[in-house]
Write a protein of this length. Structure first.
Length: 611
């Protein structure tokens, strides 16, 4: 398709303006076809950026520039009209000033390159919950990743019609080419001080410059599906969350769906694909990172996974930690910043085996002796700790058959959690919706080493696991969650709201050993949640919420009855410290925007702990 065939006048004008500003050599409108994917891969292999993997059909390895390996949170901006709308947890720049700076950077930024116009749908094309975006990018690597992670192509333009709503997304790697110049194997990007990942919430625009990596460049994911979508969700009365969605079936064949929020690097992808150790139970995957949820006509909250692929962290993934992810990446997968073995396969730390052969190419392109074991050596990693795989979701052996159902799946439970070596029980049901919102608002992980200038034992709060992803003031976001519950109750659907739980797979003993084995054994806590949702009498009411009644979760092998009791009891002194930490360090940052319902909840828990 060429530009003149576009039926949407607004979109055509937006692209034409971008062409005049960025002056690419040519423009291609992506159709999402396999032929297009293959052509882009050829461009990438010919320019020396992609390496075909002998060991995995239709799979390729990329090595990025060492300065371009992760999301750049300190260069990520929420440029709302006022700083107060962005709130204390986001970086803010005045939108007029930011657009001026970035327009200067965009001037001529695509010289010598092709401008790809990528129409994409987040969510099944045409679903009521889905949204459309159009990303303009000068990176073929972005095109192939977007093919896997989103639904790209002409059918999206058909849904858009002549005047439909789309989120316009600019992306440039910020590395124009001179006459006759090519990338020649060097990952193109701009220096850190020129990188900008910008969001304009009022005008629903995304402008990204200077990075070609992951969430900085694949703009459907964190930028659209979380930062801009959270603003749309606030304005339109729905939820856009950093949550996996899983389907769980009990031994009798009864099904429930759960949506779970954990900060990055707490094992969301592993939980989404878990293999239960509990006999007769089954877990299947609907999504591993993001959930969009809207109320259905029956008053239940329905969730879709807006993505169509997994952009998973590779190191640590192995047949024990996540067999289903390992199966999902056997073919048709893009790997970034992994090691390359002599026999043409990828390798990473904790992949489950030492590297074959004598030598290995590390993520920086250096040859090293092939490691005999898969243990990580800090600073000497073969794969970058944030190395990734991009794999089609449909390749997951446990993908739920309804994962692309346009109406979504009805959610019965929300789970929040983080890495908490002490205090927080294995699983705890909130007493009410507001108490559940309180639980979400205090989510976080404990810093175990004195890293990042924070003392060991400090809790880094990551409310709802949305800290880097909420596109507006976090205090208003808490209020939005409270309002969702109030709305359901006002409409007589309060009983259909998902129940809210807080879980913790990361409790440690005094010798710093994990008490709970995690992974497949987490199915025991999920089964308890399942039964709670059916109203089973399996809990005891406590000051902090409803905890498992003794005997309702059978301890897995290696967990003693005493350890199980500790995991499921209230640590009164620990909770008093928790409450004090929230009161003194966490909640004050939200100022007058902290909903009074949450400070009242804090008071109520404290009172119960003291009585
Ligand atoms: C991710 C993240 O990449 O949360 O999904 O950081
Ligand atoms: Mn994530």
């Amino acid at each position: 398709m060429n530009l003149n065939e576009l039926k949407h006048a607004g979109l055509k004008k937006w692209i034409e303006d971008a062409v005049s500003l960025m002056t690419p050599e040519s423009v291609e409108i992506c159709d999402g076809s396999k032929a297009e994917y293959d052509r882009m891969i050829k461009v990438l292999v010919d320019s020396g950026l992609g390496t075909p993997l002998k060991a995995r059909p239709n799979s390729y390895l990329f090595h990025s520039d060492p300065s371009d390996v992760a999301r750049v949170e300190n260069r990520t901006y929420i440029a709302s009209k006022t700083e107060d709308d962005a709130g204390p947890t986001n970086h803010w720049i005045d939108p007029v000033e930011l657009k001026k700076t970035m327009t200067d950077l965009y001037k001529g930024c695509m010289k010598g390159r092709t401008m790809y116009v990528i129409p994409f749908s987040m969510g099944p094309v045409g679903s009521d919950i889905a949204k459309i975006g159009v990303e303009i990018s000068d990176s073929a690597y972005v095109v192939v990743n977007m093919h896997i992670m989103t639904r790209v192509g002409s059918k999206v333009l058909d849904v858009l019609g002549t005047d439909g709503f789309y989120v316009p997304c600019f992306h440039s790697i910020g590395k124009p080419l001179g006459p006759g110049e090519s990338d020649n194997g060097k990952w193109p990007c701009a220096p850190l001080e020129h990188k900008y990942i910008s969001h304009f919430p009022e005008t629903r625009e995304i402008w990204s410059y200077g990075s070609g990596y992951g969430g900085n460049a694949l703009l459907g994911k964190k930028c659209l599906a979380l930062r801009i979508a959270s603003v749309l969700a606030r304005d339109e009365g729905w939820l856009a969350e950093h949550m996996l969605i899983l389907k769980i079936t009990d031994p009798k064949g009864s099904v429930k769906y759960m949506a779970c929020a954990f900060p990055s690097a707490c094992g969301k992808t592993n939980l989404a694909m878990l293999i239960p150790t509990l006999p007769g139970w089954k877990v299947e995957t609907v999504g591993d990172d993001i959930a969009w949820m809207k109320f259905g006509a029956d008053g239940r909250l329905y969730a879709i996974n807006p993505e169509s692929g997994f952009f998973g962290v590779a190191p640590g993934t192995n047949n024990d930690s996540n067999f289903n992810a390992m199966e999902s990446i056997k073919s048709n997968t893009i790997f970034t910043n992994c090691g390359l073995t002599e026999d043409g396969d990828i390798w990473w730390e904790q992949i489950g085996y030492g590297a074959p052969g004598k030598e290995i190419l590390d993520w920086k392109g250096n040859k090293k002796p092939a490691p005999q074991t898969d243990k990580a050596v800090k600073g000497e990693e073969v794969a970058h700790p944030n190395a990734r795989f991009t794999a089609p979701a449909k390749q997951c052996p446990v993908i739920a058959s309804e994962w692309e159902d346009p109406k979504g799946v009805p959610i019965s439970a929300f789970l929040f959690g983080g890495r908490r070596p002490s205090t927080i029980p294995l699983i705890n049901e909130s007493k009410s919706w507001i108490h559940g919102v309180f639980m979400g608002s205090i989510t976080g992980s404990e810093i175990t080493a004195a890293a990042l200038d924070l003392a060991a034992g400090t809790i880094r709060r990551d409310p709802f696991a949305m800290l880097p992803f909420c596109g507006y003031h976090m205090g208003d976001y808490f209020k939005h969650w409270i309002n969702i519950g109030k709305k359901a109750e006002a409409e007589g659907h309060g009983d259909k709201l998902p129940k809210i739980f807080f879980c913790n797979w990361f409790r440690k003993d005094k010798d710093d050993h994990f008490i709970w084995p995690g992974y497949g054994e987490n199915s025991r806590a999920l089964a308890w949640v399942f039964e709670r949702c059916d109203g089973k009498d399996n809990c005891v009411e406590t000051a902090i919420g409803n905890l498992p009644k003794p005997g309702t979760i059978e301890p897995p092998a290696g967990v003693s009855a005493e350890a199980m009791a500790e995991l499921c009891s209230v640590d009164i002194e620990g909770w008093k410290k928790e409450i004090a930490d929230v009161r003194e360090k966490h909640y004050p940052q939200f100022g007058a925007k902290l909903p009074k319902e949450l400070s009242e909840e804090l008071d109520a828990i404290e009172k119960r702990l003291n009585s």
